[in-house]
Write a new protein. Structure first.
Length: 97
């Protein structure tokens, strides 16, 4: 399910217009993005928890004025998503899985 199909489904389910739902969804995405970018986490009860963690890695570099053994600090990110117990139970009981 992508953004467009999500907006359509929510609009049908709630009776709100496509534009209203799209505006709200974009605002939610912006708020969540800001929270994750500032090392926060998103926790939706009975659904899911998302957390982004910075990971420092090192690589050997070929930069000017550096030897091949010079270590260059590089930042990577790890995304942890944990399903709620309620969602896990729904997935287990789903006929399609």
């Amino acid at each position: 399910m992508n953004k467009q199909t999500t907006v359509r489904a929510v609009a049908r389910k709630t009776g709100h217009t496509y534009f209203e739902v799209q505006t709200i969804l974009e605002a939610i995405i912006a708020v969540w993005s800001d929270e994750l970018a500032s090392s926060g986490q998103i926790a939706m009860q009975d659904f899911l928890t998302i957390k982004v963690t910075k990971i420092k890695t090192h690589q050997r570099g070929k930069l000017r004025n550096h030897t091949p053994d010079t270590r260059i600090a590089k930042t990577a990110y790890r995304v942890d998503a944990r399903l709620s117990q309620n969602l896990k139970n729904r997935l287990r009981n789903s006929k399609g899985v």
